[in-house]
Design a protein around this ligand. Structure first.
Ligand SMILES: Nc1ncnc2c1ncn2[C@@H]1O[C@H](COP(=O)(O)OP(=O)(O)OP(=O)(O)O)[C@@H](O)[C@H]1O
Ligand SMILES: CC(C)(CO)[C@@H](O)C(=O)NCCC(=O)O
Ligand SMILES: [Mn+2]
Length: 895
């Protein structure tokens, strides 16, 4: 079936089986009753009405899911000389489940809005087959029912009738195999020009996918973000069986300026003759243990061990690839296969790099992007090519690689379908995930999409059984193993590849979420970097790695408890722990493996990993308990606040937010604290410690903005966006009283909360209930919540009053932020939030994740207040030169 290749993305890359399992995982019952549509989550499998199709005695009967809306919309194929690449898109129609006041209502509106665009979102899957195994590919297409042109909806290009199904196809096989496709599947291949497709695919990836391009030099990988206006011209060098070199000047503007028949096919063809390798990846792996000196003739071999320094050649420079063989009277079997493989790989890679450089020189191009499956994410190949380009251009030209190297043509063909508007998507709308799919646990790829549901979850058992052998998606080789790619002898190391490396690429699953947008209030979107901690620094990485590893057992306990502590939950907890550990180990080995790595990514990865193992909300019990305890004392707190004058109250409110931010289950130090007292005791202790000046203390400026000075009353804010953090005291005793104060002053408040759970963070779907409870103690909150449509029930029973008040009362609303992480990346927020931001003139970021780990340095077009307690010693030292439990009150006027 589909060859071991995780797919690559546009939206997703992954294997057939992985996808089936994902669907299956999504079938786990959701425990949240108040469910908001989750824009960044993977599609949910709707198993309602499921029935076995055909004979139920079958071993693997197909299960029909009549209500499943995650359907296959389209696919395209690149039939190359060596490999067939297939790209298919699965769309997921999102329908709101449950209820929850205005959150859901707005959400519905958003979904309606999205309906007007051709697709709702989904994932692109990438699969490849060897061209010599065309029949596997045909079986795969058949098993997926693609040939029936089913469910095409907005992208319809044919009827559900096989005879009319038209498939976009590129590569030589679009001609060569057209009859086979017609005969075996009854479909017509609509031929798209190969070069057109390569260029379209490359341009799309370079524009729409963040961290797509990277340099790879001497084992060091670095992602490059290329400004769209600065993208053209460039040289695209596609290394397939043969090599095409294309000068690209713009979308659809290009010229194939050169090519070489010494390409990937040459390497693999000669490699097969010279070694006993049975697969391409095997020969790459073999080369890792090679020493080319026994095969290549070096300058020193010719010059009696001396350099030829006059023309800049050292003794170790390769003078002639395979040249040494001529001087020795040996048979093939006298040479080490490893040495032959390495020498061959170097020869081919170097030659391609050199020819590419010459063409770049010919047309004055500074950038060369290398694609094609010959690259295979292999460190030595990339280093060798980079070395050749750098050496010959004396550093003037740069070799760059694409994470989705082999799928350029297939992607281009896919994009050539009319109507889907793929080219209009932007980086904001893609979310990449790195699931621990079955392939990495030794699962086999299966054809039909949904078969025995029990079989689908068996891979999770494999996680448990395989124990420490679990590995995260891996590239062909870790960095730093290749030595100099060009003239010097590469140093070789043995045994660096994992046995499962054939299955892996450094690419994850790209989910397309059309409802994600850039936060419109970011002052400098291009210069924006959410992370304050760069994990490119090995010391930082080591530190956070340890923190996350140490925290893991406690997290697993909570997660297992949240699912009732059943045996199944324990197994999943165990599997999660192993999978997460494997991710961490993988990233320790190569921090750039999953793209540019910041702490926020790592924290999000953990949440995603929990979700992958069906833990929908690990802290739900804790959150409920803390909410209840806090709501019980809210009334007293509000009375106390009301007895104060304005100035004292404002300080007390900010102190309250900072003090209550101590409830953070993501902080090890805090979790230890929680064992020492009740929630209220800890809160009191925390408040008592509030000593000004805080570590960052702009309170006085903020106070002046709020209350004015010299008797002049400033204009209240029109609308404030409050990015809330934790459940319990944090939201109830910290942010809600602050909300109330803003409302009291006539400011409209939008509470912005996570779409999906992360640690003990409050989610958007939980907020309406919390607000409803709080509103029982407070008229201001109640009226505002009614006006904002948050208290739907109240609106029904108390319609008169709410209608009267709607115009005069500032509204309180809730909006989901589009993510499920303790941090926030303002380049990818929900369209609801983006819409709510339009009238906002104050942004309040609360908590360590959103205001310190990320966004401490972010600047906004409106006023911003960043409030957090630092609950980690290292972060305190690093960011504010302070100590654990220091507080931050950073107020910044509009930029
Ligand atoms: N599993 C594999 N089997 C065969 N070749 C592989 C494999 N993985 C990587 N390769 C390398 O990738 C090359 C094929 O790359 P690619 O799929 O980009 O080209 P193609 O489309 O098949 O060829 P062309 O464009 O010249 O028709 C092979 O020649 C080989 O060097
Ligand atoms: C023939 C194609 C375009 C097929 O993909 C490719 O294999 C290639 O560019 N070969 C190199 C032919 C040459 O230009 O010498
Ligand atoms: Mn090709």
């Amino acid at each position: 079936m589909a060859e071991e290749e995780p797919s690559v993305p546009v939206l997703l890359q992954e294997k057939a089986k992985e996808e089936e399992e994902e669907r299956d995982m999504a079938a786990a019952p959701s425990s949240s009753s108040n469910c908001v549509k989750r824009s960044s989550s993977r599609p949910q499998l709707d198993v309602s009405g499921a029935a076995i199709q055909g004979n139920s005695e079958d071993r693997n009967p197909t299960i029909l899911l009549p209500n499943q809306t995650d359907d296959i919309s389209h696919f395209a194929v690149d039939l190359g000389g060596s490999l067939i690449k297939l790209v298919y898109f699965s769309r997921h129609g999102e329908l709101p489940a449950g209820h929850g006041g205005s959150v859901v209502r707005r959400r519905k509106e958003m979904i309606e809005r999205n309906r007007s665009s051709p697709i709702l979102g989904g994932r692109l899957h990438f699969v490849k087959f060897e061209t010599s195994k065309l029949s596997d590919c045909l079986d795969f297409i058949h098993s997926k029912n693609f040939h029936r042109g089913q469910n095409l909806n907005a992208w319809d290009c044919g009827e559900s009738d096989t005879r009319n199904t038209i498939i976009k196809a590129t590569g030589g096989g679009a001609y060569k195999f057209a009859d086979v496709f017609k005969e075996k599947l009854g479909v017509t291949l609509d031929k798209e020009d190969e070069m057109d497709c390569l260029v379209a695919g490359a341009n799309f990836l370079l524009k729409a996918i963040r961290h797509e391009a990277f340099t790879h030099l001497e084992g060091h990988k670095e992602f490059v973000q290329i400004d769209q206006i600065d993208l053209f011209p460039y040289l695209l060098c596609n290394v397939g069986s043969g090599v095409s070199m294309i000068k690209v000047d713009g979308d659809g503007q290009f010229q194939r300026v050169s090519g070489t028949n010494v390409g990937g096919g040459t390497f693999w063809g000669l490699g097969r003759l010279l070694t006993k390798c049975k697969s391409f990846d095997e020969i790459l792996e073999l080369s890792q243990g090679g020493d080319n000196r026994s095969v290549d003739m070096l300058v020193g071999d010719i010059y009696g061990g001396l350099d030829y320094s006059k023309i800049g050649l050292s003794a170790s420079t390769i003078a002639s690839s395979f040249g040494k063989v001529v001087t020795e009277n040996k048979d093939l079997s006298d040479y080490r296969q490893e040495d032959l493989a390495l020498s061959l790989l170097r020869m081919i890679s170097y030659n391609i790099g050199q020819i590419a450089y010459l063409n770049a020189l010919r047309y004055g191009l500074k950038r060369i992007f290398f694609g094609g499956f010959f690259i295979r994410g292999h460190a030595y190949t990339m280093d060798t090519i980079s070395f050749a380009v750098k050496f010959w251009s004396k550093g003037a030209a740069q070799a760059m690689f694409l994470r989705h190297e082999g799928f350029l043509g297939a992607l281009g063909a896919f994009m050539s379908y009319d109507k889907h508007g793929l080219a209009d998507w932007t980086a904001h709308q893609f979310v990449e995930r790195f699931p621990m799919g079955a392939p990495y646990a030794g699962g086999k790829v299966h054809g039909p999409p949904i078969r025995d549901l029990n079989e689908k979850i068996s891979w999770m058992e494999k996680f448990v059984q395989k124990g420490i052998e679990i590995t995260a998606p891996v590239p062909m080789a870790p960095p730093g193993t290749t030595g100099l790619g060009g003239f010097e002898r590469p140093f070789s190391r043995e045994g660096l590849l994992r046995p499962d490396s054939s299955a892996a690429l450094n690419v994850g699953v790209l989910h397309l979420v059309p409802s994600l947008e850039l936060f419109p209030l970011l002052a400098d979107p291009k210069g924006y970097e959410p992370n304050t901690v760069d994990l490119g620094d090995p010391n930082e990485l080591q530190y956070w790695f340890t923190i996350l590893s140490d925290h893991s057992p406690d997290l697993v306990d909570k997660a297992v408890a949240s699912e009732g502590g059943t045996d199944d939950a324990k197994r999943r907890g165990d599997a999660f722990a192993r999978a997460f550990r494997a991710h961490l180990a993988r990233l320790m080995e190569e921090p750039a493996a999953y793209g540019k790595l910041g702490l926020a990514n790592l924290l999000e990865l953990r949440e995603e990993c929990l979700r992958e193992f069906h833990f929908s909300d690990a802290y739900k019990t804790i959150k409920q308990r803390e909410n209840e305890a806090s709501l019980a004392v809210l009334q007293d707190l509000l009375m106390e606040l009301d007895s104060m004058d304005e100035e004292k109250r404002l300080l007390a409110l900010i102190e309250g937010v900072l003090a209550a931010n101590i409830f953070d289950w993501g902080s090890r130090a805090c979790v230890e604290l929680y064992h020492k007292g009740t929630i209220i005791e800890i809160y009191r202790m925390s408040r008592k410690k509030m000593q000004r000046p805080w570590r960052v203390d702009n309170f006085d400026t903020f106070k002046e903005r709020m209350l004015g000075s010299g008797g002049e009353k400033p204009k209240p804010h029109k609308r404030a966006l409050l990015f809330v953090d934790n459940s319990g005291a944090d939201i109830v005793l910290g942010m809600l009283p602050l909300t109330r104060e803003l409302l009291r002053r006539g400011t409209e408040v939008v509470l912005v909360a996570n779409s999906l759970p992360a640690l003990n963070d409050v989610t958007a779907s939980e907020l309406p209930n919390i607000v409803a409870e709080a509103a029982k103690h407070c008229d201001i909150l109640r009226k505002a919540a009614e006006a904002g449509g948050l208290l739907v029930d109240a609106m029904v029973t108390d319609r008169e009053e709410s209608v009267q008040n709607v115009s005069s009362v500032p509204r309180l609303m809730v909006v989901e932020n589009g993510c499920g992480s303790p941090c926030i990346d303002f380049r990818q927020v929900s369209s609801d939030l983006a819409a709510a931001a339009n009238e906002a003139d104050l942004v309040i970021l609360e908590g360590m994740g959103r205001a310190l780990h990320t966004n401490f340095n972010a600047r906004f077009k409106c006023e911003a207040l960043k409030l957090a307690m630092v609950k980690n010693q290292r972060l305190a030292e690093k960011i504010v030169n302070g100590n654990i439990y220091d507080c931050i009150c950073r107020y910044e006027p509009a930029v």
